[in-house]
Design a protein around this ligand. Structure first.
Ligand code: 5AD
Ligand code: SF4
Length: 481
């Protein structure tokens, strides 16, 4: 089955090394997007300096932090369920403090304290540096809230504590916020306006990861192609930058080049790309540097021009096809994945058919598919009625999931008989005698371990496949080692 993001499965706790002892134990877990997991590593770093010692055991925690997601209603329900669990633990350990971080904190602000009596601390995505002060407030018996969104904060100066790591792949955040204002999306409200991180601090973080033995990084942002460094400040204020700032500005293609050249033996990935912001120079940089992976996550949301417009996606179906054609022209074997929403307000069966035909054209390698979930405060919630019945949303979702599965199988079958380069990440879940890793297109590959180890780049000849996995035999180490 194609992977559909299930918020329930995304909770994960982290472990970290304390810098100084304060005798207190922190339990931190994350839900939602990769950015949240990456942010939790920043939070872990900030609190490790305060002497917090982490635990994976909720029952023994003095401080519990949950990094939350608001993207769909179900994501929020998952967090509410977790709060119930914390409540049960608090009955045994009444001194335990509970903090909510991330998008739900930003969306609900101090209302959270009223709605959920268990919560002591509410901290939005740009306020994590204030955590030590906020925790002091809580220690002194006051509830503490900081949900101020920033024009500057990128946490560029914080070296994340790598937790829960396989020691091979790491996330490096490069932009924060989103200016796109897709009408269905809560992110611009919870994560603020777009700003980019200093390329020098990005390259330093990547170099540091290389020194520690990491082999793959994923540059993260809500809209990475919109990356623009001109000395700090919001993307929208670039128009007011000085001529000097404009002349020396670094865009996403420029950043890719810097990172690819700084670490030619490291694989570089990025996520997420927005069709309207992805420029030819990015595709050219991907084609030029062989350590930049041939894979693009390129959400489309709908195949209908009418719906795209209503979603405020700033491109048409034709323009999306042109972009796909350009990608395939320069990088013929590029893997492409999507996000699609079914049942956006007013979506007709004809619109749905347009989505299916768009999928037929692209034949994505894989994708993430969701039924529309109305989010409070968004343009869609304010202007449009959520009028597609739940049953129809689900029916359409099943249809696109089934079609995607067919395309995924078509794509994996194309690899049979070919040799692909795989970075070994971990043991295969199904067999202790096999390694699991990914090829450049981001497809999972499993093969017999032989004498290889985690972190090796191996050439693997593909013999068989399912719709999600390639199965092969190693033929030798690759030149990336
Ligand atoms: N309902 C359903 N899916 C949504 N997404 C964003 N907002 C919503 C919503 N209100 C999906 C989009 C986006 C992905 C991260 O989540 O497909 O690309
Ligand atoms: Fe949300 Fe659109 Fe921004 Fe993505 S590009 S985070 S879907 S507003």
């Amino acid at each position: 089955m194609e992977k559909i993001i299930d918020e329930k499965q995304q909770g994960n706790s982290l472990v970290m090394e304390p810098k100084k002892e304060n005798g207190r134990k922190l339990f931190i877990e994350s839900y939602g997007c990769q950015m949240n997991f990456s942010d939790s590593e920043i939070v872990a770093s900030i609190l490790s300096k305060e002497g917090f010692n982490t635990t994976q055991n909720l029952e023994e925690a003095d401080l519990v932090l949950v990094n939350t997601c608001s993207i769909r209603e179900k994501a929020e329900q998952t967090v509410r369920k977790r709060l119930e669990k914390y409540n049960a633990v608090k009955r045994i350990n009444p001194e335990m403090k509970v903090g909510v971080l991330g998008c739900m904190a930003e969306r609900l602000k101090s209302k959270f304290l009223e709605e959920e009596k268990i919560v002591d601390l509410v901290v939005g995505p740009d306020a994590y540096k204030d955590l030590p002060n906020l925790i002091n407030e809580v220690d002194e018996g006051r509830d503490a809230v900081n949900v101020i969104l920033s024009k500057e904060e990128t946490y560029g100066d914080i070296s994340p504590v790598r937790l829960q790591t396989n020691g091979v792949s790491a996330f490096v955040s490069i932009t924060r916020g989103c200016d796109n204002m897709c009408t269905f999306c809560v992110v611009p409200f919870t994560r603020g306006r777009e700003r980019s991180r200093d390329p020098q601090s990005i390259v330093e973080e990547v170099n540091d990861l290389a020194t520690k033995g990491y082999k793959e990084i994923t540059l993260l942002g809500q809209n990475v192609d919109s990356y623009l460094w001109y000395g700090g400040g919001l993307k929208k204020d670039f128009k007011d930058a000085t001529p000097m700032q404009k002349a020396t500005a670094v865009n996403f293609a420029g950043l890719l080049k810097l990172v690819a050249e700084a670490q030619p033996k490291m694989r570089i990935r990025f996520s997420t790309s927005n069709p309207q912001d992805m420029t030819m120079d990015v595709i050219e940089a991907m084609a030029k540097y062989n350590n930049i992976c041939n894979y693009i996550h390129l959400p489309v949301q709908s195949g209908s021009d009418r719906v795209l417009k209503k979603m405020n996606r700033l491109h048409t179906r034709e323009e999306y096809f042109e972009l796909i054609d350009n990608i395939k022209k320069l990088i013929p074997d590029c893997g492409i994945s999507h996000d699609i929403i079914t049942g956006f307000p007013t979506e007709t069966d004809e619109d749905h058919q347009d989505t299916l035909s768009l999928m037929e054209y692209v034949k994505y390698d894989f994708g993430f598919m969701f039924a529309y979930s109305e989010r409070p405060g968004t343009m869609a919630e304010r202007k449009f009625e959520d009028d597609v019945p739940e049953k129809i949303k689900k029916q359409r979702l099943t249809e696109i999931v089934n079609l995607q599965q067919k395309h995924s199988l078509y794509r994996t079958q194309q690899f049979i008989g070919k040799t692909v380069e795989v970075l070994i990440e971990k043991e295969s879940k199904k067999s202790s005698e096999h390694w699991s890793g990914r090829n450049t297109q981001n497809t999972v590959v499993v093969f017999p371990k032989e004498n290889y180890k985690v972190g090796d780049f191996v050439n693997v000849k593909i013999k068989d496949c399912t719709s999600a996995t390639l199965i092969g035999e190693p033929v030798g180490p690759s030149e990336m080692n």
